[in-house]
Design a protein around this ligand. Structure first.
Ligand code: ATP
Ligand code: MG
Length: 449
């Protein structure tokens, strides 16, 4: 059996763990970012990161992590702690766990010596430590630093596992990892890759989404290949991330499309995008498609809604104008909100939001008018209308009050403003989606008869 054949029967590397070594990353001032880079690169070649850890520079602690990792995964990447000083323990810890002796590689010593010489220095004796290689390991050239990386294989022939040691400084690690992927790692994977899809959802809580989709999750996980789902909740909205390890892009797309269709059939109305697009982009294309224009009257959002809408290139096709009407006087003067309505219901109320929506729609001469009035806090809340109370109204063609709703958002001022803008856009989006749906059904009925 020749060496090539041995490589052929080696099981592909599928699951990885990353260990970042360095006590500085256990302080509040330094973050481990290498693991994010490493994760991205590994995902590109279909290796899933199962776990990661940050450990201080104590050899015993590093050994425990390394021991656990090599039991659980096929590929362990350790970053940091390859320097020449006493607190650089990675090389020793890994050699001890794997039961390998460390042997000085004279070629590496010469390379380090030459590196120092080029800058006019003698190599300090302690740098010899960086030339120590565990028996059976391969040193990996570091074009940007003195510490070489190490590639170590362990385990028996059919289930060879890999431990990869890389220096901590990102500018050294990044090019080295790219080279290793091209020269060594890519050939050791199954050829399958990880593909993701992000679904954005509004108007439902995380637990609602979870509950509604539980049967779908079970089906996805039982599928071949399985689709896994992760829910992230941020700023009053939900992101559902679907991922699958598939042999190629076409099959990944097919599998993920099917999972997305499952989601749509259960909570379709609450999904605003299935490819990670933001609300303003989604709403923008709906308005553009339908040749409709909008204008906004903003109080507590202070223009944020319109700012977000106009972040989208080409938004002049559907954004006509906006006014910021913070005071009661402005609401009356610029939009014709009757003072009596404000007196009777309060500035933060559905009748005022409706009057604002109608007022801006008429004045701008557009299809849709939005009115937003609320209390962003931290002061100004009352028992009946606590901070986060926001009334949003949508006036449509013909001056109809299409929708109005009072929301109770949580969070700080900025979060409340963001959620109010999001909810206002979502209100228009839902209205347009419904119209499209109704138009589609009418068309279908006409065709059928
Ligand atoms: P050196 O030869 O430079 O000592 P090393 O492999 O010993 O390399 P460390 O001493 O652990 O690496 O780290 C050197 C620097 O690299 C740190 O000061 C830090 O700025 C950066 N660094 C280390 N680990 C990480 C990490 N996981 N994420 C981001 N930066 C890191
Ligand atoms: Mg160091």
């Amino acid at each position: 059996m020749d060496a090539t054949h041995l490589v052929d029967i080696t099981a592909p590397l599928q699951r990885a763990e990353i260990i970042a070594v360095g006590s500085e990353m256990l302080t509040p001032v330094k973050t481990d970012t290498n693991s994010l880079f490493i994760t991205g690169v590994l995902n590109e070649i279909g290796i899933e990161v199962a776990s990661k850890a940050v450990v201080g520079d104590r050899i015993d602690d590093v050994m425990v992590e390394v021991q656990q990792a090599i039991e659980r995964v096929d590929l362990l990447v350790v970053t940091g702690g390859l320097g020449p000083t006493d607190d650089d323990v990675t090389r020793d810890a890994v050699a001890r766990v794997l039961g390998r002796q460390l042997v000085e590689d004279p070629e590496i010593v010469e390379r380090i010596r030459a590196r120092f010489k080029r800058r006019g220095f003698e190599m300090p004796e302690i740098n010899r430590r960086q030339a120590m290689v565990p028996v059976g390991g391969t040193a990996i050239d570091n074009p940007n630093g003195s510490a070489p990386g190490l590639w170590i294989e362990h385990g028996h022939a059919e289930a060879r596992k890999v431990v990869l040691l890389l220096p901590g400084p990102p500018r050294e690690l990044q090019p080295m990892l790219r080279t290793i992927v091209a020269e060594r790692l890519a050939g050791r994977t199954s050829g399958a890759r990880l593909y993701r899809r992000a679904i954005n959802i509004t108007g439902r809580s995380e637990s609602h989404v979870d509950e509604a989709l539980a049967p779908a999750y079970a089906r996805w996980l039982a599928g071949q290949p399985p689709v896994s789902a992760t829910i992230l909740a941020a700023l009053g909205q939900i992101e559902l991330h679907l991922s699958v390890i598939a042999p190629n892009e076409a099959s990944a797309r097919e599998i993920l499309d099917r999972a997305v269709a499952d989601v749509m059939s259960v909570i379709g109305a609450d999904v605003y995008s299935v490819d990670g697009e933001s609300m303003e982009v989604v709403l923008g294309s709906l308005l553009k498609q339908a040749h409709l224009r909008i204008a906004a009257a903003e109080s507590c959002t202070g223009g944020l809604l319109t700012s977000r809408l106009t972040d989208v290139p080409g938004s002049s096709a559907y954004v006509e104008r906006a006014v910021i009407v913070y005071s009661n006087e402005a609401k009356t003067e610029l939009l014709g909100v009757p003072p009596a309505v404000i007196d009777e219901h309060g500035a933060v109320s559905e009748p005022v939001a409706q009057a604002m929506a109608r007022g801006i729609r008429e004045r701008a001469g557009v299809d849709f008018g939005i009115g937003i009035t609320g209390i962003a806090g931290p002061d100004g809340g009352t028992e009946a209308k606590p901070v986060g109370t926001v009334a949003i109204a949508l006036a449509g063609p013909g001056g109809d009050d299409l929708r109005v709703r009072t929301f109770h958002f949580v969070g700080g001022r900025a979060m409340i403003k963001f959620q109010a803008a999001q909810a206002a856009m979502d209100m228009v989006r839902r209205t347009l989606a419904q119209r499209q749906h109704t138009a589609g059904s009418a068309e279908a009925a006409r065709t059928a008869s």
